[in-house]
Design a protein around this ligand. Sequence first.
Ligand code: SF4
Length: 367
Amino acid sequence: MDGEGYRIEKERAVPYTGGRYRWARWGEPADGTSRERSQLPVALEEIFLAGPRGFCAGVERAIEIVEKVLGVYGAPVYVRKEIVHNRHVVETLRAKGAIFVEDLAEVPDGALVIFSAHGVSPAVRDEARARGLRVIDATCPLVTKVHIEAIRYAQDGYTIILVGHEDHDEVIGTTGEAPARIRVISSVEEVAALVVADPAKVAYLTQTTLSVEDTQAVIEALRQRFPGIVGPSRDDICYATQNRQAAVRAVASQVEVVLVLGAANSSNACRLREVAEAAGARAHLIDDPGDIRPEWFSGVRQVGVTAGASTPEFLVRETIEVLKRGGVTTIHEVQVVDEDVRFALPRELTEIPSGSRQDRSRLFSHQ
Ligand code: SF4
């Protein structure tokens, strides 16, 4: 990313992989123009760029599923909920022919529908089956893992404490696996008020995109209240969430202001902002560089930049361009860990020869 008028210093050099590069370009405006051309009337000097940042393997897989289904079967393709929580991703896929719906009732009988990366409850799967909808599931495998844990604990008679945000799609889906047995909490304060049938038979699970430190505090409080509590070996917070939080923590300790690119309804992006603030920086969650406010940078020389797991990399590059016009001459890439995680596509899609156009009726002919 060497550029005109500034230089890049890698804290730790990590070349883009082929896959990473592909996603770095995904969703970029077709004419290559930046969305934001105005000058930034401030006196910045350095950017500290967090790595890893941006798309995780679950998001890459979910987007690839929608694109592949559109390419193979043609538009329209229905997607239940935002495929991932990012307006730019949703708008790009909508322009290619995806139709996003909140409820299966909006999907015509017999149509093809994709479930989002956040997962769905069994009730949604049952409804799709009853209506004869053809389904491709883009649920992240790491979310599916939590569903399987919930089913196993419920079958073994445990009350399950699910640490997470009860209005988030992922938590709604997981809770649906055993609604009578799952209690959702999000803070240490809620632990004392929990009512369980048998305090000796309690398990915990967590949403995949929580703050690592906050979640550890809740789990510790659960352990004190229920000494025999069981759960995953650590927690269910996924590798991508942990790595992005570690990276923004490293960056936030070196800057005064951190910009987090991500949507307000993206749990992992919101957590990045919180982690940056906990590390001592002032942090702002921005949808794209158009949200940047000059007053955030009064007297500021160093600024950190990161992106949530649903945020396309081109928005990071556009943000850097805006900050360059605010005086930046040096970009430090702060890479705390290398990521090389890829998830396989669903079997229905891997069995299709690449580049071929398929009859929709054949999608599930092997089932
Ligand atoms: S943030 Fe984690 S759990 Fe969510 S889609 Fe990405 S890898 Fe999967």
